[in-house]
Design a protein around this ligand. Structure first.
Ligand SMILES: NC(=O)C1=CN([C@@H]2O[C@H](COP(=O)(O)OP(=O)(O)OC[C@H]3O[C@@H](n4cnc5c(N)ncnc54)[C@H](OP(=O)(O)O)[C@@H]3O)[C@@H](O)[C@H]2O)C=CC1
Ligand SMILES: C[C@H]1O[C@H](OP(=O)(O)OP(=O)(O)OC[C@H]2O[C@@H](n3cnc4c(=O)[nH]c(N)nc43)[C@H](O)[C@@H]2O)[C@@H](O)[C@@H](O)C1=O
Length: 325
């Protein structure tokens, strides 16, 4: 599917609108907080936020009242029900239901209350479990999904399609970015419900301070994952807000993959844990590989900057300053 045929729904340069009102939904999360840092660093001075407690985005009437009162000009949708493989597998109703509600309410209200441009965030899990590697954007809907995250993936696919439908029917500038696995400051370090990287960072840190000899790591260690620092993702998001107005979603990745075993060894080294890894094969591996084809974004002129090693060191320093007890 080509975006070019529907490139008629465009906005003036995002970067030239530094005083425009921008709603960053999910501004306290991993991604939302990085986008806020990036926008502030670029000089955007009219950002609007609501915490989950102030505005539950699953509540349609409250979302509409917010848009009617605030009338944002741009929306970056980084609010979602998010979690790692265990959370996705354990709470399927939340992952499909909450995400469909949030994105439907925010996308529809954005259109109806005059937002110029919206960016929706999906995830690399939208692609079939056995998609060609690296995965091009047009692999979407070409095969069965990975069962551990199909509920979340279906919601995210619906979000992409809703943006496309509003773009086609209303000539409205809604775009979608598909990030790979992310990490960085303000990640969720929950022992069970988080993603692998923060989970291991916490587990190795706690083992180091408690003098434990072993740390348990889930699965076989053989799955491959592509990791991108969230500050690179935020840079890509503002780049897309400025440079892209197409129908098709855009992959956002680092282009580099590691096995979970290699990741575990790297996190162990950064944290300084001296003991052994023990593999818990009762836990699911999930999809075997999901390296994204980033050539579309590279062709538009964007590439990532932060290496996994540098990103891990920075994230561990942030963890030491902000999370550990
Ligand atoms: N983390 C990752 O590896 C990846 C993330 N993404 C995408 O990036 C986006 C952001 O993810 P990430 O930052 O990691 O997630 P986080 O869980 O860190 O942040 C999500 C944010 O959404 C808010 N939120 C959740 N539910 C509601 C609600 N009902 N009403 C209002 N706010 C709500 C949360 O607030 P509260 O905590 O108070 O509930 C939180 O601030 C998501 O769309 C996700 O799919 C894509 C690929 C990978
Ligand atoms: C971003 C992405 O995130 C999720 O998909 P995932 O990539 O499978 O995510 P994950 O980070 O949880 O696991 C990656 C791998 O790592 C292994 N693993 C080892 N030890 C731990 C561990 O301690 N915790 C976790 N969570 N995983 C571990 C784990 O068994 C798996 O093989 C989706 O739900 C999906 O919806 C999505 O979009």
């Amino acid at each position: 599917m080509s975006g070019a045929a529907h490139n008629d729904a465009t906005s003036p340069s995002f970067f030239s609108e530094k005083s425009a009102k921008i709603f960053v939904a999910g501004h306290r999360g991993l991604v939302g907080s990085a986008i806020v840092r990036k926008l502030q660093a670029l000089g955007f001075a009219n950002l609007v936020f609501r915490t989950h407690a102030e505005l539950d985005l699953t509540r349609q009437n409250d979302v509409e009242s917010f848009f009617a009162a605030e009338k944002p000009q741009f929306v970056i949708l980084a609010a979602a029900k998010v979690g790692g493989i265990h959370a996705n597998n354990t709470y399927p109703a939340d992952f499909i239901g909450v995400n469909l509600q949030i994105q439907t309410n925010v996308i529809d209200a954005s259109y109806r209350f005059g937002v110029k441009k919206l960016l929706f965030l999906g995830s690399s899990c939208i692609y079939p479990k056995f998609a060609p590697q690296p995965i091009p954007e047009n692999a979407l809907l070409t095969g069965p999904l990975e069962p551990t995250n199909e509920w979340y993936a279906i919601a995210k696919i619906a979000g992409i399609k809703m943006c496309q439908a509003y773009r086609i029917q209303y000539k409205w500038d809604a775009i979608s970015g598909m990030p790979t696995n992310l990490y960085g400051p303000h990640d969720n370090f929950h022992p069970e419900n988080s993603h692998v990287l923060p989970a291991l960072m916490r587990r190795f840190h706690e083992a180091k301070v408690n003098g434990a000899k072993e740390v348990v790591v889930w699965g076989s260690g053989s799955p491959l994952r592509e990791f991108l620092h969230v500050d690179d993702l935020a840079d890509a998001v503002v780049f897309l807000m400025d440079s892209y107005s197409g129908l098709e979603h855009v992959n956002v990745g680092s282009g580099k993959e590691v096995t979970i075993k290699e990741l575990a060894e790297l996190v162990k080294e950064v944290v300084g844990f001296q003991g052994q890894l023990v593999w818990d094969s009762s836990k699911p591996d999930g999809t075997p590989r999901k390296l994204m084809d980033n050539s579309k974004l590279a062709g538009l002129g964007w590439t990532p900057k932060i290496s996994l090693k540098d990103g891990l060191v920075g994230t561990y320093n942030w963890y030491l300053d902000n999370v550990k007890q």
